[in-house]
Design a protein around this ligand. Structure first.
Ligand code: ADP
Ligand code: MG
Length: 394
């Protein structure tokens, strides 16, 4: 068993909590604050115990100066302060004398949020590369390290694995809940077990199918992942996205598991990746020229419903269409409805799928909505998560 935050005496200790405050932002406006809300329990616990709470989180990816402006954590500090009902001191520095001074002046119960850890990724990837000196420096600012960022636990970064290598460490309440829920429902899932995989991060996710297909009874595919399989079958996708590097992989999966892998039969599309243009419906075999398919259609929903409604366990990752656009939210909404009607244990993993489930009002209808995408997928594949492995045992 891993140590948890409950196993430490926190009073007057400097405690780094690695939270996952990686929320979608548009020009500084938070589009979905679920990850902040899910992080509150651990932070409040540390405050109540009289810790000096130092919060670290990444936000987006930083490959340029421009990315820094886009992915500034400051707006998150304001929302965090509202949710905690407490002042949150924001350090614009990820290291240096200003940050050190702020921490020196902290009193028990104070909270500091440090600027985006991935500012340390430009110009050299120190955070994502788990730079030893950076990890040691951050560790030097605290007495105890708590990993509560489930969504990055599959990464070997300075702000999780690096700091944990240099300090007494435990997991927070969110990580504890994620491990319990994903472990309980998906380690030995009750069959029929259906996996739904869709979305756009094709190359990151497609290989997981090789593992999940051996555990699940059926895998229903949508989005760019389905497209890659359809293309491999020789279907002309016109302008739709797919991953050309994984056509051979898709073919090999279809050769072995064609009865388990269920693909869309129709879809809604558009002439470009935009909302508000004319919506074009077609069978998948008959996509008109210059059209990209951006959602599944009613025949696919009907086909998928047979599998979903007779399932006992479902793991769902990735929106079935471009559900951020009004014109293409149909498929994702319909799948949410079917999931609720199925009565199955439903686990949702994936940033965008979780956002959609919450936005459509289904958060409390599902057994668990994970804050992690890649981390949830790797966990249910049975892989070890470095951010968890490094935490001390009880
Ligand atoms: P998650 O965050 O749930 O793991 P991804 O990040 O893989 O999911 O994919 C989410 C994105 O996939 C969404 O922004 C959605 O617009 C996009 N998407 C879904 N279907 C399609 C499609 N057919 N074509 C292009 N993009 C799609
Ligand atoms: Mg995503």
């Amino acid at each position: 068993m891993k140590k948890t935050i409950r196993d430490f005496d926190l009073y007057d200790k400097r405690v780094i909590i690695r939270s996952d405050l990686n929320v979608p932002l548009n020009n500084g406006v938070i589009l979905d604050d679920n990850r902040i809300k899910e992080s509150i329990k651990t932070i409040n616990y540390a405050i109540d115990k009289g810790a000096k709470v130092i919060i670290l989180s990444h936000l987006g990816r930083i490959n340029s100066q421009q990315d820094k402006i886009k992915n500034n954590l400051y707006p998150v500090s304001l929302r965090l302060s509202e949710l905690l009902n407490k002042k949150v001191i924001f350090s614009n520095e990820t290291r240096g004398t200003v940050l050190e001074k702020i921490i020196d002046n902290m009193k028990p119960g104070d909270v500091v949020l440090v600027q985006n850890t991935r500012y340390e990724d430009f110009p050299i990837k120190k955070e994502s590369g788990n730079d030893i000196n950076l990890a040691k420096y951050w560790a030097s600012l605290a007495d105890i390290f708590i990993n509560d960022a489930f969504g990055t636990s599959h990464r070997n970064h300075a702000s999780n694995v690096g700091i944990a290598s240099n300090l007494p460490s435990g997991i927070g309440f969110l990580v504890e809940k994620e491990l319990k829920m994903l472990g309980k429902e998906l380690t030995n899932p009750i069959s029929p077990y259906v996996v739904i995989m869709a979305g756009a991060k094709i190359s990151d996710k497609i290989k997981v199918i090789e593992n999940l297909v051996t555990k699940a009874d059926y895998i229903l595919l949508g989005g760019g992942i389905a497209n890659t399989f359809l293309k491999a079958k020789g279907i002309d996708l016109k302008e739709s996205i797919y991953d050309k590097d994984n056509l051979d992989f898709a073919n090999s999966m279809l050769a072995k598991y064609s009865d388990k892998i269920i693909l869309p039969v129709d879809g809604y599309g558009s002439s470009s990746y935009k909302d508000g243009l004319e919506v074009v419906y077609s069978d998948i075999n008959n996509i008109p020229n210059k059209i990209m398919v951006l959602d599944i259609g009613p025949k696919t929903v009907e086909l998928f419903s047979k599998y979903i409604l007779s399932s006992k366990t479902v793991f769902w990752n990735g929106p079935l269409g471009v559900c951020e656009f009004k014109n293409f939210e149909y498929g994702t909404r319909e799948i949410c409805k079917l999931l609720v009607n199925s009565g199955a244990k439903v686990i949702v993993g994936g940033g965008d799928s979780a956002s959609a489930a919450i936005r459509f009002g289904y958060k409390d209808s599902f057994s668990h909505v994970s804050t992690g995408g890649g981390a949830a997928l790797e966990f249910i594949e049975g892989k070890k998560l470095p951010g968890i492995e490094i935490i001390e045992e009880k």
